[in-house]
Write a protein of this length. Structure first.
Length: 278
């Protein structure tokens, strides 16, 4: 694959890769065979990387365990989820909010509690300061109804991510946060006030600040145009789409937002990086 000279120059200047997880480094519970080769290549060439995911269903600690089981050693500093981004957003923009009704997994709820928030019960008497809706793989109907109720009560309403579905290697459809919010909207006519996670460029702020980088020194790599590539465009980073997850060639042709680079997978991306560096 040939790279246009301007993109080659951009790729040559990349100091950090922000890597989506589901559909990019693994699919469901299956690690792609080329993932570790790609990560090792970056390390060997002094290029940093972080894992960014719009999937808030696992806490940072649980994600690190998940990666370790797959054979990918990672640190807390290398991991950034949309749940952590939501926590940071609320703390920075709404410091008075302390009590939350959280429609999310127990792991996600614990992430918020560990950050100092109080999780309210499924009870009309236990009024929260705000509503947070995430990708709740443990969804209970009564809690969905409670979330819809709080959405009608003039509380601040945050969604952790806009994704409609989550990639899986199983014959199934995993209904994600965007679809759950659409359900609440159908019942209440209310959308979230703020949707965190990709494509919000704020998802890259932690990397920019931590490593003292400029946006054009970061490549955002993922399998979705409407989150991963769009965030890269919003942030001024290099947008790399891999076709190992959700997006297809047809999606690229039809999309109004075009990736800077389209690669089959991380294996092909490694070859493109090689061509840019040498």
């Amino acid at each position: 694959m040939t790279i246009p000279s301007n993109i080659k120059e951009q790729l040559k200047n990349i100091k950090h890769f922000a890597l989506d997880m589901d559909g990019t480094i693994y699919n469901g519970s299956t690690l792609f065979p080329f993932t570790n080769d790609f990560l090792n290549y970056l390390k060997a060439n002094g290029i940093g990387y972080s894992f960014l995911t719009n999937n808030p269903s696992k806490s940072t600690a649980d994600y690190l365990k998940h990666l370790e089981k797959m054979g990918i050693p990672a640190t807390r500093e290398e991991m950034y989820t949309s749940a952590v981004a939501t926590i940071n957003y609320i703390k920075n923009h709404h410091p008075a909010i302390k009590k939350l009704f959280i429609l999310g997994t127990p792991s996600m709820v614990k992430e918020f509690e560990d950050a100092g928030f109080i999780s309210t019960a499924d009870n009309a008497e236990d009024k929260p300061d705000a509503l947070v809706v995430g990708f709740d793989t443990s969804l209970i109907y009564t809690r969905l109804c409670r979330a819809a109720y709080w959405a009608t009560q003039q509380l601040s309403y945050f969604a952790t991510n806009p994704d409609w579905v989550c990639p899986t290697d199983q014959p199934n459809i995993l209904v994600d946060c965007g679809s759950i919010c659409a359900c609440i909207e159908g019942a209440t006519k209310r959308k979230p006030d703020v949707v965190i996670g990709k494509p919000d460029p704020g998802m890259l702020d932690g990397i920019i600040q931590k490593y003292n980088l400029q946006p054009n020194e970061i490549a955002m790599v993922g399998d979705r145009i409407y989150t991963d590539v769009q965030m890269a465009k919003n942030a001024g980073a290099l947008g790399v789409l891999v076709l190992s997850g959700e997006a297809t060639v047809a999606d690229v042709e039809q999309a109004s937002t075009k990736p800077d680079i389209v690669a089959r997978d991380l294996e092909e991306l490694k070859e493109l990086v090689k061509k840019a560096l040498y």
